[in-house]
Each structure stands twice: as C-alpha cells, then as structure tokens.
Design a protein around this ligand. Structure first.
Ligand code: ADP
Ligand code: MG
Length: 249
C-alpha cells in the first residue's frame, strides 16, 4: 500500500560543503512529486537521502529525519528501507550478467522467497505492470542486455516493483532515453501511482508539468518552494522559481 514520506529538517554535507539546507517536505501517497532545479542544486543528493542511499556515497553526511508514515527510516534496517523505497537511476542498470528473470527475482530470493511458482508469478506481474510482458515473455532466460535501452529501464522499474515497495524514487529515469521510451516511462508512472508514492527528479520542465501532481523547486541546496504543479508553473510564489521556469538561468 502506498505510504507518504515526511522529510524533517534534512541537512546534507559532502566533506564541509553543505549541499542540502533545512529541507522540510511531505511526499504524498498516490501522487507523483517532481523535483526540479538547475544542475548541482542537490536533487540527486535529496532523492538519495529518501532511501538512505547516501550512506553508500563516500564523504556524504546527513542529519535530520525521514518518516515513512509514522516510522523513521533511520530506525529501520537498511535492507528494509531499500525494499520499501525502491530506486531507479538515469542510466538503466540491470544486473549485466543475469537473465531478465533473475534480474526480477534476485532480491526476492535473497529475501528468502524460494518457491519457483511464486517467483515466476511475481516476475510476470511486475513485467505486466511495466508494460513489458508481451515484449519479453519469450526471453525471460536471456541476458537482460539483449533488451533496448528503453526496455532495460522499464525492466529496472519492474525490478523495483517486484519487491512491492511503498515508494518509488526515480532520478532522471528518462534522460538517457529516446522520446518514445520517455513517453512509455511517463505513462507507466501515471498507471502505477494508484499503488505508490512516486518521486521523480527531472530537468525536463515539460515532463514535470505533464505528469507531476506536486512539484518542488530546489536551488543551491535550498527547497525554494513546493506545491501543486499547475500553481507552481503558473503562479510561483518566489521570484527565483519564476526566473527558472522562464529559462532566465
Ligand atoms: P543535482 O542532482 O541537482 O545535479 P547533486 O545532488 O548531484 O545535484 O549535487 C549537489 C552538490 O553536491 C553539488 O555541488 C555536487 O558537486 C556535490 N556532490 C554531489 N555528489 C558528490 C560526491 N559524491 N562527492 C562530493 N560532492 C558531491
Ligand atoms: Mg542529479
């Protein structure tokens, strides 16, 4: 079931450089929230904080707290956080030595699911949701890299969905893809938001305007403003948001 995320006073540093400053924000269930802002403003750092991925980045330090509904993600085992809050990156990154089927089921097997029929059902369901089933049903035992880049990215989304997460984080998931694959990813997000909380980093303002219910504008590590997407694009409350949307920097 979808669960909302509550970000409370997150600060992030790389060595002594403060890259996220006092971020407070709610990410609502069954919505798509877009994170926008110029390169280097802290979007990727922020989205990594949301499932503690920053802990894998050397030199990163974070203070503050993040709640998944009522539970602090800092009080949960890291493996549980990664299962409940899935992540997809800019470059499609299927496990390169594994088959399509094993890409989808590795984490489930590591988590203790052994029954082949159950694994197969979970793989099929997530591929259907990702709109990939018809394209790959005859190739499940082939290496994941036989797929096109757009298909690989949908496989990565299916891989995250196979764990039945509460939240899906996507860091510029369509930036490396062609326009048709981009639209497929956008349609997919629209479809799955009924079951999930979705957070997407994008530098594509049209994409944010098309798909996001809520948009947040970051600048120099600060969350300048966030709220209803159409309001933010038409009546931003901060001059810096207005300038960014108008393409003035
Ligand atoms: P965005 O995703 O908006 O382009 P990032 O979150 O990647 O921005 O970066 C925010 C700031 O943190 C930038 O100044 C960047 O140089 C710095 N930064 C990001 N990753 C690292 C890292 N691994 N080590 C040191 N500094 C980093
Ligand atoms: Mg980034």
């Amino acid at each position: 079931m979808a669960k909302s995320l509550h970000v409370q006073n997150i600060n992030a540093w790389f060595s002594d450089q403060l890259v996220l400053k006092h971020i407070h924000m709610d990410l609502s269930a069954n919505q798509i929230t877009a994170i926008i802002g110029p390169s280097g403003c802290g979007k990727s750092t922020f989205i990594r904080c949301l499932n503690r991925m920053h802990e894998t980045v050397p030199g990163a330090r974070v203070t503050g707290d993040i709640f998944l509904e009522e539970s602090s993600i800092y009080q949960m085992p890291a493996t549980e956080v990664r299962r409940r809050i899935g992540m997809v990156f800019r470059e499609p990154n299927p496990f390169p030595t594994l088959s399509i089927f094993d890409n989808l089921t590795l984490a489930l097997r590591l988590g203790g699911m052994r029954n082949h029929r159950q694994l197969r059902e979970r793989a099929e369901r997530s591929l259907r949701v990702a709109g990939l089933w018809d394209e790959v049903k005859d190739k499940l035992n082939q290496n994941a890299l036989v797929l096109s880049l757009g298909q690989q990215q949908r496989l990565c989304i299916a891989r995250a969905l196979a764990l039945e997460p509460d939240v899906l984080l996507l860091d510029e998931p369509a930036s490396a893809l062609d326009p048709v694959s981009t639209l497929q990813i956008e349609e997919l997000m629209e479809q799955i938001k009924k079951d999930l909380t979705i957070v997407i980093v994008t530098h594509n303002l049209q994409q944010a305007a098309r798909i996001a219910d809520t948009t947040a504008f970051f600048l120099d590590g600060e969350l300048v403003e966030w709220g209803d997407t159409s309001l933010l694009f038409t009546k931003p409350s901060d001059r810096r948001t207005e300038d960014y949307i108008a393409g003035r920097f």
